[in-house]
Design a protein around this ligand. Structure first.
Ligand SMILES: [Zn+2]
Ligand SMILES: [Zn+2]
Length: 169
């Protein structure tokens, strides 16, 4: 009989992070969030953690604590006197200016914001809100072509089905 006890006890062989602390990350535009880290964590590791967490490239992040830019990746949090419950500011250098502007619905006087991806019309290249994203709703220029195309497609489908039926006899 295999003892499950011995198996679980072997897990404790891996070293436990003995000295962890909680710090807070305050993005310049965004919600503050806590992060539990080893207290001897290096700045470069912190950058990696934050890059994973925020899905932003590591080299785009800029960390500031107590007015100081955490510019030395090899330094540890302690070197910057970042202790338990410290709040580190996280800034993103502005590259290419402002964040993307909200696109407005292409339809006439409509002031709604266009929906991303699903609001894009592949026939007239417009960007539409939820109300106007369907071809009929924005009186799509490409609609006639579209109808014709689907008509052709139906006809082709019909023909191939007919052929199959004939073959099946
Ligand atoms: Zn609209
Ligand atoms: Zn359209």
């Amino acid at each position: 009989m295999v003892s499950s006890f011995s198996r679980s006890s072997s897990r404790s062989a891996s070293p436990e992070p003995s000295d962890t602390m909680q710090i807070f990350i305050q993005p310049i535009s965004g919600t503050i969030f806590p992060l539990t880290v080893p207290s001897n964590l290096s700045i470069s590791h912190l950058m990696t953690l934050l890059s994973v967490r925020t899905a932003l490239p590591e080299n785009a992040l800029r960390l500031v604590y107590a007015g100081k830019h955490l510019a030395t990746p090899a330094s540890s949090l302690a070197d910057y006197s970042i202790g338990n419950e410290a709040t580190v500011m996280m800034a993103l250098p502005m590259r290419g200016g402002m964040p993307p502007k909200k696109i407005r619905c292409t339809f006439k006087e409509c002031r709604e914001g266009a929906q991303r991806i699903i609001g894009d019309c592949g026939f007239c290249q417009g960007h539409y809100c939820g109300k106007h994203r369907l071809l009929e709703d924005h009186k799509c220029d490409g609609l006639e072509d579209c109808k014709k195309e689907s008509h052709d497609r139906n006809a082709a489908q019909l023909n191939s089905e007919r052929t199959q039926v004939i073959k099946g006899i």
